[in-house]
Design a protein around this ligand. Structure first.
Ligand code: CTP
Ligand code: CA
Length: 235
């Protein structure tokens, strides 16, 4: 049942959300992947829809039901995700880059299924770097002079010298995005779980609001921050 048009903080806005984890082919039957469930990205697409936005979800491998009332494009690899994202970003007011993009892919994809060799030598997989899609979105926005809000995500662990916030602030600057949704990851935190905790960093503001709860709660909070940021820019 299509929901009736709602007036919310994102009414009239076109919001692009990427979700899930990319898969990088090794041969016709194998890939390198990651543990992203796509739940946070799907929850964000739903929260944006519920805030009145016209939402386009680009789903890499997602382990949860896809949302109703949202245009969805399915992709697999980082390259496919990049092409679909840059195309759709061209007419989006907000781009939310929640997908877990493989940093590397196998340098070549075997045409045939890899076999064990008779002489006992085992294969070595050579990896090459994938494009940085978030940076490409920011570059496209700047080249075209678009009024577009770009939101990145980062899951970080602290180390002896740097806190999770230090890494998040550095990543926000490096990526050139407007907001960075940061969460701390540990061995049992975040991946596939429903409880999560985030801090939203802004390129324009020293405020670092945080929230915790279900992925749905966190998604609503992030959407509220997006609405706030759009409002500040309009002033
Ligand atoms: N991202 C992207 N393209 C990539 C890698 C990451 O668009 N090739 C996006 C993610 O979707 C996320 C943000 O960049 O929104 C941060 O991802 P992260 O993996 O934390 O950043 P990296 O630059 O890959 O840094 P790291 O070396 O810490 O993994
Ligand atoms: Ca990465």
């Amino acid at each position: 049942v299509p929901s009736s048009p709602v007036a919310g903080p994102l009414t009239g806005r076109r919001v692009l959300v990427t979700a899930g984890g990319t898969r990088e082919a090794l041969d016709p039957v194998r890939f390198l992947g990651n543990r992203s469930s796509g739940k946070q990205g799907v929850a964000l697409a739903e929260a944006a829809r519920d805030a009145g936005a016209q939402v386009h979800l680009i789903a890499a491998h997602v382990e949860t039901d896809l949302p109703q009332g949202v245009e969805t494009t399915r992709v697999s690899s980082a390259h496919e995700l990049e092409a679909a994202t840059l195309r759709a970003a061209g007419d989006s007011d907000v781009v939310v880059m929640a997908a877990a993009v493989a940093d590397f892919r196998p340098a070549s994809v075997g045409e045939h299924k890899m076999k064990k060799s008779e002489d006992g030598t085992d294969p070595v997989i050579h990896l090459v770097r994938n494009p940085d899609i978030l940076r490409a979105v920011v570059a496209q926005r700047d080249e075209r002079g678009l009024a577009q809000l770009v939101v990145g995500f980062a899951a970080e662990t602290g180390d002896a010298e740097h806190s999770v916030l230090d890494f998040g602030r550095a990543k926000l600057r490096r990526k050139g995005c407007d907001l960075l949704v940061l969460n701390e990851v540990g061995t049992d935190k975040v991946f596939g779980r429903d409880e999560t905790e985030v801090t939203v960093l802004s390129a324009r503001s020293a405020e670092e609001p945080a929230a915790h709860g279900s992925k749905r709660d966190v998604a609503r909070f992030v959407v509220e921050r997006i609405g706030h940021e759009l409002g500040v820019r309009a002033d």
